[in-house]
Design a binder for this molecule. Structure first.
Ligand code: NDP
Length: 266
């Protein structure tokens, strides 16, 4: 049976094994997918060992996505631009790297009927997750993406790196109150510590609000959005399942239907 893994530290919380086993059942593929804790200084060694013992592919999660990029023999365009890899494939002794996080987000937004074409998008955050979704979002032809981050210089750097006229950057409190957004994507980890990016509450009104974080209850950002008139609030569980589906497609050449798997997880 073909072997796959998700490597991270911590890893106990990972839902990837149950998601991939559900995909395998749905698409009638025979695979084995396990999670594995990797010591912080053992990443490359662990991956090469797994490859040498016949592993076919792996997902990589926090904090190894940048290290994964560094060990690849070949990278997809989206992995290069994201500066991070979450999907490895082992083919003829070579390591191929891709990044499916952005595709997972875009697909989830589209599944929720969020129109991205000609939209005005506010992207909160400038860490790895924000960086990874910029190219897939740009491919949906929005009119504008404003990247706002607590540390503004990091948002400025992303704008310079991508060098596209639709992109601009600013601080949370420098956003223009007179220009509403159609979609607000929270790509910060603020919800994990119970906080909310400090943007004016007026922005939530009439916007689709997305938080990459998910949990059994609404995240603080999504609660805030609901209280302030968002059209719809969406958490990041669909992104998680969507990125997994795209990894599965890369490995098995069949794209699973995410809806039943997402329903089961909820
Ligand atoms: P990083 O550590 O690379 O970046 C964290 C970002 O959050 C930075 O922009 C940081 O700002 C900002 N931030 C942290 N705390 C606060 C706060 N209290 N107020 C405002 N901004 C804050 O993390 P990632 O980019 O890798 O991940 C971000 C989030 O996205 C995580 O919570 C992660 O779990 C989630 N995620 C979800 C996925 C999914 O499939 N649903 C996939 C990938 C990520 P600053 O630069 O100023 O420090």
């Amino acid at each position: 049976m073909d072997q796959y893994r998700v490597f991270g530290n911590p890893i106990k919380q990972s839902r990837s094994p149950s998601i991939h086993h559900a995909f395998a059942l749905q698409t009638q593929q025979l695979i084995n997918y396990q999670s594995e804790l990797v010591e912080l200084d053992q990443f490359e060694k662990t991956i090469r060992q797994f490859m040498q013992t016949g592993g076919k592919g792996a997902n990589i999660t926090v904090p190894f996505k940048e290290q994964a990029l560094a060990i690849c023999d070949q990278l997809s365009e989206r992995a290069k631009l994201a500066g991070a890899v979450n999907t490895l494939s082992f083919v003829n002794g070579k390591i191929l790297g891709d990044n499916t996080d952005g595709q997972g987000l875009v697909q989830d937004l589209l599944n929720h009927n969020v129109q991205l074409k000609q939209s005005r998008i506010l992207l909160l955050g400038a860490g790895g997750a924000a960086k990874g979704v910029i190219l897939p979002l740009l491919k949906q032809s929005p009119d504008e993406i404003v990247i706002a981050n607590r540390t503004v210089s990091k948002a400025d750097d992303l704008v310079k790196q991508f060098n596209r006229q639709q992109l601009s950057s600013c601080a949370f409190n420098d956003l223009d109150n007179n220009k509403p957004f159609d979609v607000i994507i929270n790509a910060t980890s603020a919800s994990l510590s119970g906080s909310i990016p400090a943007i004016a509450k007026e922005f939530a009104a009439g916007a689709y609000c997305y938080d990459m974080v998910y949990g059994s209850e609404l995240t603080p950002f999504l609660q805030w959005a609901n209280e302030n008139g968002a059209i719809k609030v969406i958490d990041g569980l669909g992104m998680l399942v969507g990125q997994a589906a795209e990894s599965f497609r890369i490995w098995r050449n069949v794209l699973p239907d995410i809806t039943p798997v997402l329903d089961e997880l909820r």
